[in-house]
Design a binder for this molecule. Structure first.
Ligand code: HEC
Length: 165
């Protein structure tokens, strides 16, 4: 009797899975829904906070502004390809990834602590286009990038400026 119940549950779950899988849209074109963005954001913050508290994060360079200046030099080659030179106007590739490359000056990324930002840049974010820089940049360079992100200018949106011209 118990076995028949287990088989029935398995079949129901399998049918539900097949129905969901066939309706799943693999395309990166549709805009992510508000609910999806909200839930994914909360989950990401929770996982990043947990991971960064468990990992040993090296101490940050003491001179923040000198470190941010160094970060400025790295940002253009490492990050601007997706996040855009100003950090808030993603390039075409960044714009059409799924999830979209984040606007780095918006409240969402700026709410992370410095340690959490360090963790993200070092480890990347799985299931998104955000690469891990831990194998290509030194810890010091990663701190430089974190300090630079904090100082990104919040002037008018470059993309909307271009559009209105
Ligand atoms: C190949 C494209 C790409 C490159 C290059 C890239 N990123 Fe990202 N980044 C992404 C995408 C896509 C996301 C969004 C991930 C998500 O929403 O889950 C992201 C997310 C982030 C986030 C987290 C934002 C948030 O709200 O959770 C930070 C911080 C970040 N990137 C910083 C950087 C820095 C610093 C660099 C350069 C060292 C960089 N990224 C290079 C694609 C990229």
């Amino acid at each position: 009797m118990k076995r028949r119940g287990a088989v029935l549950t398995f079949v129901v779950v399998l049918i539900a899975f097949v129905v969901v899988a066939f309706q799943f849209n693999l395309s990166a074109i549709p805009e992510p829904g508000k609910r999806e963005i909200y839930v994914a954001g909360k989950l990401r913050h929770m996982l990043v906070s947990r991971a960064s508290s468990r990992e040993q994060i090296p101490p940050a360079p003491a001179n923040r502004s000198a470190s941010a200046e160094e970060g400025d030099k790295l940002y253009g080659t490492e990050c601007a390809d997706c996040h855009g030179l100003d950090g808030k106007s993603p390039t075409d590739s960044g714009r059409w990834m799924y999830p979209r490359a984040a606007n780095l000056i918006s409240p969402e990324p700026q709410q992370y602590s410095d340690r959490e930002l360090f963790w993200i840049v070092k480890n990347g974010l799985r299931f998104s286009g955000m690469p891990a820089f831990g194998k290509v940049e030194t810890d010091e360079h990663i701190w430089n990038l974190v300090h630079y992100i904090r100082k990104l200018p919040s002037g008018p949106d470059v993309a909307s400026e271009t559009r209105s011209q």
